[in-house]
Design a protein around this ligand. Structure first.
Ligand SMILES: [Zn+2]
Length: 88
């Protein structure tokens, strides 16, 4: 939760710029997902370095067409990880 609050302070402006054309910024799309689902997603990101599903930390939210992408670091090895969150 600390990560999200920190991100809210630091990246609000840049995320809106990245979000660009849509009515909702990537951050808003992400925060529209119920917290229990967000937690499940954050705890289950594939790390190619570990060869396992890990927790993502220090992540940012980006747009990818209609979907959003979380990019951050593996909680285990610190390597870069990313996960697409499909928007239905
Ligand atoms: Zn890892």
């Amino acid at each position: 939760m600390g990560e999200i609050l920190l991100q809210r302070k630091l990246d609000k402006r840049s995320l809106v710029v990245i979000g660009g054309t849509g009515p909702l910024s990537p951050r808003q799309k992400w925060e529209a997902i119920p917290e229990r689902f967000r937690e499940r997603i954050l705890q289950n990101v594939w790390c190619s370095h570990c060869g396992n599903a890990v927790e993502i930390v220090s992540y940012r939210v980006y747009s990818a067409g209609r979907d959003i992408v979380l990019r951050g670091r593996c909680a285990v090895c610190g390597g870069e990880v990313a996960r697409v969150v499909e928007q239905s």
